[in-house]
Design a protein around this ligand. Structure first.
Ligand code: MG
Length: 249
């Protein structure tokens, strides 16, 4: 099942997808445009992987890492489907990153790879925008690169894990104003989902609602004010975002 959280007529509703339509919990069918989309869950601790696809690492002229490169994201940075992300006026290179977001379903500590999927409740799509002008060092991602307000669209749906039998074989695509600009498959992750859960839970506790953003394949290009960016993952849907001018501060 695909579920969402939306605002409709002044109230927050849970909804589900049925035959391509959005059905509110009270049974009403509403169109995608009639609602405001919230993130499909309230993110708790959010981990983001740097350089977790070899083709993206080589695109950036970095060596593929030998251990996961992980940084954290705060709650200010998330925004729902059909939301807006500001492109600051001093930035010359801003790019999207289409990423499979893995949602943790229960407390996890010292989990072995073979048991890792027992701790996954579902999946959604993240667009992990980067403001590259502020990148000092890929091994030390800067908050100004990765944690600005509303620069990580998430959604539209939370998709139950049981509906995605093989999360390590999903196509990812990004379209800018309808043109395909990024294409890859989760098959090409350097550290796969079980490895990431084993790694993170080996030194800290993971909790329900924590999310792992698993990195992006190659094809990250500059986007401009007014662009519509759609990040799509097979089985999970399409996450739309519009780039706005000016500063959000
Ligand atoms: Mg990323």
């Amino acid at each position: 099942m695909k579920t969402a959280r939306v605002v409709y007529a002044g109230a927050i509703h849970e909804g589900r997808e049925e035959n391509g339509q959005l059905i509110l919990q009270d049974g009403r069918t509403v169109s995608e445009e009639e609602v405001q989309w919230l993130t499909p869950l309230e993110p708790q601790t959010v981990f983001a992987l740097g350089l977790n696809y070899a083709d993206h690492a080589s695109e950036l002229a970095f060596n593929a890492p030998t251990e996961p490169l992980v940084f954290l994201k705060g709650p200010n940075t998330f925004v729902g489907h059909r939301g807006q992300t500001h492109r600051p006026s001093d930035v010359t290179f801003m790019h999207y990153e289409c990423e499979l977001a893995v949602v943790i379903g229960k407390t996890a500590r010292n989990v072995k790879q073979e048991d890792a999927y027992d701790y996954v409740s579902g999946y959604t799509i993240a667009n992990d925008y980067a403001f590259r002008d502020y990148l000092e060092n890929y091994y030390r991602p800067n908050l100004r690169v990765k944690n600005r307000d509303h620069c990580t669209p998430l959604g539209p749906w939370f998709v139950d894990a049981k509906d995605i039998p093989d999360p390590m074989n999903l196509k990812l695509r990004t379209y800018v104003n309808g043109e395909l600009t990024q294409e890859g498959t989760t098959e090409n992750m350097i550290f796969d989902i079980p490895q990431l859960i084993e790694y993170l839970s080996s030194f800290m506790t993971l909790s329900e609602g924590d999310i792992i953003l698993t990195g992006t394949p190659k094809g990250t290009v500059n986007v401009a004010c007014g662009d519509e960016v759609v990040t799509e993952i097979e089985g999970l849907g399409k996450l739309s975002n519009t780039i706005m001018g000016g500063d959000s501060e």
